[in-house]
Design a protein around this ligand. Structure first.
Ligand code: DQA
Length: 148
């Protein structure tokens, strides 16, 4: 059976979107973004497994499971972007296309946000477009999956 599900995975504190520093991350909640993402994925005939966790190990487990269940990953690793070798290693073992996504543009922010462990394995990176980035990432991933 051909896989037609994508994993959209969100890291720590993204469950607080809408409340959390709205001047940086916008006023939409993660639920708003989830519903927008499902609509956009549907246009490409893709189902979405939309997840969020505040725990590094849980993110690793979800990424490991994607190996069998998903045909691609959109990942906003949030603060773990800048620290997590464990997430990098999990992504390596999936061998799936990965879009790294950030609502803000980390390169215009504090220096510690300029380093991303995930970028090393990302097929592409989308940042600085707020919640619209999720739409862009889905379109990009759909194209990558199609050209496989
Ligand atoms: C973020 C950027 C990270 O630096 C930060 O720690 C986040 C969110 C973004 O979406 O802009 O939590 O990934």
């Amino acid at each position: 059976m051909e896989k037609s599900e994508i994993l959209i995975l969100n890291g720590p504190n993204l469950n607080m979107l809408g409340i959390r520093e709205p001047h940086i991350y916008g006023r939409e909640s993660l639920e708003d973004i989830e519903s927008m993402s499902r609509d956009q994925a549907r246009l490409h005939g893709l189902a979405v497994d939309f997840r969020q966790s505040n725990f590094e190990g849980e993110l690793v487990t979800i990424i490991q499971q994607a190996r069998d269940n998903a045909c691609g990953i959109i990942l906003n690793p949030a603060a773990y972007t800048h620290t997590s070798v464990a997430i990098l290693d999990a992504l390596k073992l999936t061998e799936l296309p990965v879009i790294e996504l950030h609502l803000s543009n980390p390169h215009t922010r504090e220096k510690f946000r300029h380093k991303s462990f995930v970028s090393e394995v990302a097929t592409g990176i989308i940042c600085g477009f707020g919640s619209f980035g999720y739409i862009l990432a889905i379109d990009a991933l759909a194209r990558l999956i199609d050209s496989d």
